[in-house]
Write a protein that binds this ligand. Sequence first.
Ligand SMILES: NC(=O)N[C@H]1NC(=O)NC1=O
Ligand SMILES: [Zn+2]
Ligand SMILES: [Zn+2]
Length: 501
Amino acid sequence: MEHFVWRVLPLLTILISLVVFFYLQDSYRAHLHPLVKFPRNKCSLLPHRHFWITSKRIVTPQGIISGSVEINEGKIISVIEGYSKQGKSKQEKIIDYGDAVVMPGLIDVHVHLDEPGRTAWEGFDTGTRAASADLLQLSTGGVTTVVDMPLNNHPTTVSKETLKLKLEAAENKIYVDVGFWGGLIPENAHNTSILEGLLSAGVLGLKSFMCSSGISDFPLTTIHHIKEGLSVLAKYRRPLLVHSEIQQHSKKHLELNDKGGPRAYLTYLHTRPPSWEEAAIKELVGVTKDTRKGGPLEGAHVHIVHLSDSSASLDLIKEAKSRGDSISVETCPHYLAFSSEEIPNGDTRFKCSPPIRDAYNREKLWGAVLEGHIDLLSSDHSPTVPQLKLLEEGDFLKAWGGVTSLQFDLPVTWSYGKKHGLTLEQLSLLWSKKPATLAGLESKGAIAVGNHADIVVWKPEVEFDLNEDYPVFLKHPAGFFQMLVSLGHNKRWEVAAGIGH
Ligand SMILES: NC(=O)N[C@H]1NC(=O)NC1=O
Ligand SMILES: [Zn+2]
Ligand SMILES: [Zn+2]
């Protein structure tokens, strides 16, 4: 196999999720948010208690500055302009990163860690190591907080009792901070006390599906269940994240388009047309009008997860926003990196829902990201065991839908984003500030005084070899980067970037 050089994925992996465990866990407990902290004493990266970071490119809410950040016990205690200029006391350690970018750590609000119950698919240990990827000093990672989805673990996280199982499963196994979403399902939607129990126990918000989730103890919710859920969420001022697809009568589509058989990517694509997303979002925006100021659902918020359709579905969201509804939307690196035209038949690694659509759709999605119509990015990291991906059989209709991507959030977004004109400030809004706001993590997502010192340091201009041998922390090998390598994206990009080799 030809040796490709990955020209566009740079990350000087100096991950500094420096939060001191004992200091913050208690304060979180006090707020009843079960955000589980990574115990820093396990990490040898930056063992100092009180120190300074200095760099010529620090991404702050006020823009990129040349300056210094003072950190004490895992908190940012001052940010000053002026490279290599520190405060009065010179006792503390100063770490000079030169012109490397110092940015808030990424917050991935859409990760399926699958534990307890499906640890063979993913787990707290492997999943959070992939997020940080710092232990091997890899040029990937950069995620300092993940928020775990209420499925595909078993049992699903739909009550305070099942949340407790999650917290127990996470104990001593995590390498980044972890928060939890709870599940909204018909059973608890009709039982306010279960839902209130779950929210009081500290989930950061709820998640529901408007189509089959593929997980038997996570049934779909109709718009009626969603309204019930939102009325409880309004009280807690937390969001509902919705997998926004409603099954349309797709049999006809299948008959018309299944000529390629189940191994053809187009067959799968046609089973889940954009009309599924549009139908769900149409129902949701019918309800979000009540989330406006003074409305009966004020305080509740609807967040559309993993948008793929950048046409009618996105337009509905834009209209709702312009009316003042409390609504937001995310998309994922796989929708921004790939297009249906290039997915090989039988390569079920690319199967996810909603599906990856054509290149025209992808470019429109990028436009929406750059213009700020897409609020944030997330991975929807959802692995399974290779057997269920049916890699041999290549049956797109039967294979598990889900992409394994968490480790590549930053390098993939930056590599493709750079080509589209994405700035570092935008990158940091999409991956840190906006996700923190969605999850209600007020002390995260920005390099600002008082915030947690969750920081990633990297060099956007440095390139590294991405080839079959690149080490990954993924539990399963069928991951995002092998997908990139197999499509030869990196090679094409060398040309696009004007770099020969
Ligand atoms: N259950 C689950 O993780 N489903 C995810 N996989 C995917 O491709 N889309 C999803 O919603
Ligand atoms: Zn989903
Ligand atoms: Zn998901």
